[in-house]
Design a protein around this ligand. Structure first.
Ligand code: HPA
Length: 271
């Protein structure tokens, strides 16, 4: 058995049921967990082979829970490249979700806003990405039983899900922009010159996560929805420096809106 098969077998024992949806929560957004009922908490440290997150603002727990008649797995805390994990470790959680039979993967993250129409706190539906992390989680031997050697990425962010996301945003009177997310390795924030470059190549947002996870989710045939919270405008746009506390604070400020929105949206995503 592979390391992620062992983790999946362990979770099947611990969870009351395997839902069809899992969500990965980024920096400062872990409080979503508080609005779930009937929760079962599994600290990452208890799951065999699971990489523990060390980043501030990342709790490191898997939760099973329910709101209304809808249940889901919530992954609070993720592994990042900048922590020193390799591409397989960064995407381990998503592989486990795929092995469990999860059909819909939802990702949230904190991102820097490059598009000048955004402001701090704007929620952005990711429509596509640019992978500038310098690696790919599918490098290495391919297991054809899990997915194709050369997976198509032309609908990496499921169009049907984006349609639903925009509909629910309109119903809830939530402003939702849509844009292209560029992933860099970090952990240093970008320079102003790098942000001008990213804008030129078509990026609206910049961050340090999500893209490897989305690649693996697509590899395993799961449908993906991803939403960024613009926690700060990217380097060089405003006459101020970027600091991680500001990123966490904006995440906290927006969380109520985001939780309310996700609660309406998630049950509407068809597997
Ligand atoms: N750059 C990269 N990653 C980020 C940023 C940023 O400005 N803000 C939050 N995550």
């Amino acid at each position: 058995m592979k390391p992620y098969d062992i983790a999946a077998s362990y979770l099947i024992q611990r969870l009351p049921r395997i839902p069809s949806t899992a969500i990965v929560l980024g920096s400062g957004l872990g409080v979503f967990a508080n609005s779930l009922e009937d929760t079962v908490t599994v600290p990452y440290a208890e799951i065999p082979n699971w990489p523990h997150s060390t980043a501030v603002g990342h709790a490191g727990t898997l939760l099973y829970g329910r709101f209304g008649s809808f249940d889901l797995i919530l992954l609070s805390g993720r592994a990042h490249f900048y922590e020193g994990y390799n591409a397989q470790q960064v995407t381990f959680a998503v592989r486990v979700m795929g092995k469990l039979g999860i059909r819909s993967m939802v990702f949230t993250n904190a991102a820097g806003g490059i598009n000048l129409a955004y402001e701090q706190g704007t929620l952005v539906l990711i429509s596509d990405h640019i992978n500038l992390q310098g690696t790919n989680p599918l490098i290495g031997l391919n297991d054809d039983a899990e997915g194709a050697r050369f997976p198509d990425m032309s609908d990496a962010y499921c169009e049907q899900y984006r349609f639903a996301a925009k509909q629910v945003a309109a119903e809830q009177h939530i402003t939702l922009a849509e844009g292209v997310y560029a992933a860099l390795s970090g952990p240093s924030y970008e320079t102003p010159a790098e942000i001008r470059y990213l804008r030129t190549i078509g990026a609206d947002l910049v961050g340090m996560s999500t893209v490897p996870e989305v690649i693996v989710a697509n590899h395993m045939g799961m449908k993906v929805l991803a939403i960024s919270c613009v926690t700060n405008m990217a380097a060089g746009i405003l006459p101020q420096k970027i600091n991680h506390e500001e990123v966490l604070e904006t995440g906290t400020r927006v969380r109520e809106t985001l939780v309310r929105y996700l609660e309406a949206l998630l049950p509407r995503l068809e597997a």
